[in-house]
Design a protein around this ligand. Structure first.
Ligand code: HEM
Length: 446
């Protein structure tokens, strides 16, 4: 029971990695497996079950975790009864590739150009192993590999390693993972003191959500309860193009940093523009007690932080309170992203052809009104910010080129010819079941 909220989350049944932050620094690996034989699939789940820690077993941030999730096809391959399969959310049943046009994954980001086997029907099981160091990672990764060794009906079809860059930042140079909502009953306090923790049912199935209702939950109860939907996306970042774009439009290095910060809504250190609009403040950026303690209510026109900046679009905070039509709390996102690939060396503006970017991970009870809503309505579309033709300057999809408005006095600055800086390499909608559901899946006898 959470002493502050009175909510009792069954932490001993929830996968730790689905509920809690990854360590920092971290190293990790993502594995995708295909189940070619049902019996081997169930044996795999039985073995994986022993590797997954419940949320009660981990202390504050910093420990190794193994998270196991399944695609719709994966549950099908395990022999989950049809009535049960039909009870999952429609988006999950369709899978991410089928939702590509809705999500803006077209052209260079289209599923026909995704990295194999991402988006294919062969993706059944997704495993994420995240650890504070290589030694612990290797110990657990060996056990994860053993879980599918000697099971001829299981094939490892994809592996992606990730690691925190030495700078502690992501490939574009920004600190990430700061803006996160707290969850009632999780035992972790909010980092934004103005935001009440979200009702548990926004993240974990089987509990009331912000609407006061229980979110639709897959049946039977043992399969759905204490589970959560997980989105993963491999997002390639065009760092050289991003740097060149800013350089060509800036007279000085300071102006370049400012334009970059205007696009993100935070400075590279993580310091929010809302608190320090004119210059970076490294101490503020690195201070978890202060770097998420802000709103946009006093800056409706975006002179400090543009209304079109990435982090403001993704979480408009109190800026939408006056509108009355949209409740921001229904569209909050738990992010568990990591970085992959080496950094592009400081100052380089030529593309070296190396793949680098982010493994974007979302966890939540509502694929459609959380992940898909934020991605389509707030990041891809400009209507809600009053600029119908503008998509998110950093991660928005663009057919050709776009623009980005920086409100300033006496006249706003409009950046033109904005190319896409992020390309989707693939991804999938998954379901991370509870520990008891993993046991149930392993014991299926259909
Ligand atoms: C390569 C792609 C992406 C990059 C480089 C990126 C980068 C960032 C950065 C630097 C921040 C500010 C730091 C922070 O508040 O944690 C941020 C915040 C955020 N991003 Fe992204 N992001 C990417 C994709 C996405 C996508 C696809 C979504 C949603 C569908 C998203 C949702 C968010 C949210 C919800 C926040 C927190 C806003 C807040 O609470 O203030 N991001 N991102």
């Amino acid at each position: 029971m959470d002493a502050t909220t009175g909510v009792s989350l069954e932490l001993d049944d929830i996968q730790a990695g689905a509920l809690y932050e990854r360590p920092s620094p971290y190293v990790g690996t993502y594995l995708l497996l295909c189940i070619r034989d049902r019996r081997d699939g169930r044996e795999l789940v039985r073995r994986l079950r022993r590797l997954v820690e419940p949320a009660t077993a981990v202390g504050p941030v910093g420990e190794t975790s193994v998270t196991v999730a399944f695609t719709y096809r994966g549950l099908e391959a395990l022999g989950v009864p049809q009535a049960s399969l039909d009870s999952f959310s429609p988006e999950f049943r369709q899978g991410m590739a089928a939702r590509a046009a809705v999500l803006g994954d077209t052209g260079e980001s289209g599923p026909e150009r995704w990295e194999e086997p991402l988006g294919s029907p062969d993706v059944h099981v997704a495993i994420a192993v995240l650890s504070p160091d290589e030694t612990q990672l290797e110990q657990v990764a060996v056990r994860a590999r053993e879980a599918h060794a000697e099971l001829p009906g299981i094939e490892l079809i994809w592996r992606q390693d990730c690691h925190q860059l030495a700078t502690g930042r992501t490939s574009f140079g920004f600190k990430d993972g700061i803006g996160q909502p707290a969850v009632e009953g999780s035992g972790r306090p909010p980092t934004d003191p103005r935001e009440r923790p979200l009702k548990a049912g926004e993240v974990v199935l089987g509990y009331p959500d912000e609407t006061g209702d229980l979110p639709p939950m897959p049946v039977p109860d043992v399969l759905g309860r204490n589970g959560t939907y997980v989105v993963f996306r491999k997002l390639h970042t065009k760092v050289a193009a991003y740097r060149s774009y800013l350089r060509a439009r800036s007279a000085t290095r300071a102006e370049e940093d400012l334009l970059g910060a205007k696009m993100v809504g935070r400075w590279q250190s993580g310091a929010p523009l809302a608190l320090t609009p004119d210059e970076d403040d490294g101490e503020l950026g690195g201070d978890p007690r202060r770097n998420n303690d802000f709103g946009f209510g006093d800056d409706p026109r975006g002179f400090k932080c543009p209304v079109g900046a990435h982090a403001r679009r993704a979480n408009p905070r109190d800026a939408l309170d006056h509108e009355g039509s949209v409740d921001v709390r229904l569209h909050r996102m738990i992010r568990r992203g990591t970085s992959y690939g080496p950094p592009l060396p400081e100052g380089v503006t030529d593309d070296d052809g190396i793949d680098r970017g982010i493994i974007f991970v979302f966890a939540g009870a509502h694929l459609k009104r959380q992940f898909e809503f934020v991605k389509t309505q707030w990041l891809n579309d400009g209507i809600f910010i009053g600029a119908p033709l503008e998509s998110d300057p950093l991660v928005g999809p663009r057919d050709g080129v776009g623009s980005f408005t920086v409100p300033q006095r006496p006249i706003r600055r409009r950046l033109q010819d904005l190319p896409p800086f992020v390309v989707t390499r693939g991804g999938e909608y998954c379901f991370a079941p509870s520990l008891s559901a993993l046991a149930w899946l392993a014991d299926l006898d259909t």
